[in-house]
Design a protein around this ligand. Structure first.
Ligand SMILES: C[S@@+](CC[C@H](N)C(=O)[O-])C[C@H]1O[C@@H](n2cnc3c(N)ncnc32)[C@H](O)[C@@H]1O
Length: 277
């Protein structure tokens, strides 16, 4: 029997050392978004980092709080152990089955991992489950609400005849659905991310969830969480992955309109802080 996409990805993360080396290199300096995420962690909290990788966030969090990182990759967790201290613990485990008691964590964070989780909705449910009442969920991830930004893992699907057009139309319908219906959620996943075809890794070719900030916010609200913060775009910055013709379209006066500003707040990376009731 052919292993499932999930099993193949687990094998990929457990055998691809360069994946974690590249991430460590990129994560050694604290980006402004990570710095901001840290401000939502009250001192002395018990913090669970889901999909922690080599746990650079843990090196910062454990200075003032108790940090537990969990990741499916033994390679990532072995690298993370270099940050070991009394407030820093890491373990190998699946985010879809978190081995923690209900209501046991003050803060659950997850940085740039949501787009890699299968199944994403179950992982969100697990994160909410382990949070204490009034606990905080801090999520940072890629976001594909802008239909011109496509997951690199769809490389081959987009190259098929009409592949790009089909993707754009599907995304457009999804966006309209998310705007019109108060209940719409899709949690659309990619059945065969390109890293499983290529073997070799380039950035984000292992993305499986086509993340939508709107969808995640809607889902968290449906679970009674209160959105404390979500990133907003205040001016136009070109986005990586955006098509050139889309760029030209955006550079016209439309971009100064209220409509543009309303839409484009969903075009930057997902950054959500939510509080459990
Ligand atoms: C792009 S890395 C992000 C790592 C780190 N959080 C960071 O900010 O750099 C995504 C991580 O998600 C982990 N991951 C993917 N699916 C997982 C699952 N079901 N359970 C736990 N970890 C998972 C991968 O092993 C990988 O380390």
């Amino acid at each position: 029997m052919k292993p499932s996409t999930r099993d193949q990805l687990f094998k990929f993360w457990n055998t691809t050392q360069c994946y974690f080396e590249l991430a460590r290199e990129a994560n050694l300096t604290l980006t402004p978004e990570r710095e901001k995420a840290l401000t939502y962690i009250p001192e002395g909290s018990l913090v669970l980092d889901v999909g922690c990788g080599s746990a650079e966030m843990g090196a910062h969090v454990s200075k003032s709080s108790k940090y537990i990182g969990i990741d499916i990759s033994l390679l990532g967790i072995q690298m993370a152990r270099t940050y070991q201290n009394n407030h820093f613990h890491v373990l190998v485990g699946d985010a879809a089955f978190l081995p923690f008691l209900e209501g046991s964590c003050d803060v659950v964070i997850s940085t740039h991992s949501l787009e890699h989780f299968l199944p994403p909705q179950q992982v969100l449910d697990q994160m909410i489950h382990v949070l204490k009442p009034k606990g905080r969920l801090v999520l940072i991830a890629d976001n594909f609400d802008c239909i011109f930004k496509q997951p690199p893992s769809l490389k081959y699907a987009l190259k098929r005849p009409f592949g790009k057009a089909r993707y754009l139309i599907r995304q457009l319908f999804k966006q309209v659905g998310l705007t019109l219906s108060s209940k719409a959620t899709y949690f659309e996943t990619i059945s065969r991310p390109s890293v499983l075809i290529d073997g070799a890794y380039t950035a984000d070719t292992d993305t499986v969830y086509v993340v939508s900030t709107r969808e995640v916010i809607r889902y968290l609200r449906s679970q009674d969480l209160r959105i404390m913060y979500t990133a907003q775009r205040t001016r136009y910055d070109p986005m990586p992955g955006q098509d050139r013709w889309a760029d030209r379209f955006i550079k016209n006066p439309l971009r100064r309109s209220r409509l543009f500003r309303a839409i484009s707040k969903y075009w930057i990376d997902l950054f959500i802080v939510a509080e459990k009731p």
